[in-house]
Design a protein around this ligand. Structure first.
Ligand SMILES: [Zn+2]
Length: 138
């Protein structure tokens, strides 16, 4: 259950931040999800909504935002967006990448120099953008 572990990690971070701010209550949690993050959103949301019960983050509004994936060529330094190239791929390749992002390199090459040596520099993780809390501030 990858989603539950992730939800737990997110909640731990939220509670850490809230504790540092001496918050009485967490009102809102803004989470950024990378476009290439392989998680089931429904399960993740369900997990998070269950885990917050009994904590000061209970009833907090949970807001999700998607971060577009950006790739960077290690040879020429060119950066391009995942969305830009995915449109040019055929159905089969798109599906393969959707389910197993690791197969990237088999289908994608730098649009400028043609190298398959590139990194995903954005759009791969899950992180907390911000939280809103009640009380604290000291
Ligand atoms: Zn390149």
């Amino acid at each position: 259950m990858h989603e539950w572990a992730l939800a737990e990690a997110v909640l731990t971070t939220v509670l850490d931040i809230a504790a540092k701010e001496n918050a009485e209550k967490v009102l809102e949690i803004n989470i950024v999800m990378g476009e290439l993050q392989q998680i089931d959103m429904e399960t993740f949301k369900f997990a998070l909504e269950n885990l917050v019960k009994g904590t000061i983050a209970e009833n907090a509004r949970i807001v999700f935002e998607t971060e577009k994936a950006v790739l960077k060529c290690n040879v020429c330094g060119y950066e391009w967006s995942f969305g830009e190239i995915i449109e040019k791929l055929d159905e089969e390749a798109r599906e393969a990448i959707h389910f197993i992002p690791e197969v990237f390199h088999a289908y994608i090459a730098c649009p400028v120099c043609g190298s398959r040596d590139f990194d995903v520099i954005r759009g791969r993780g899950v992180y907390i953008k911000s939280i809103k809390v009640l009380g604290g501030g000291k």
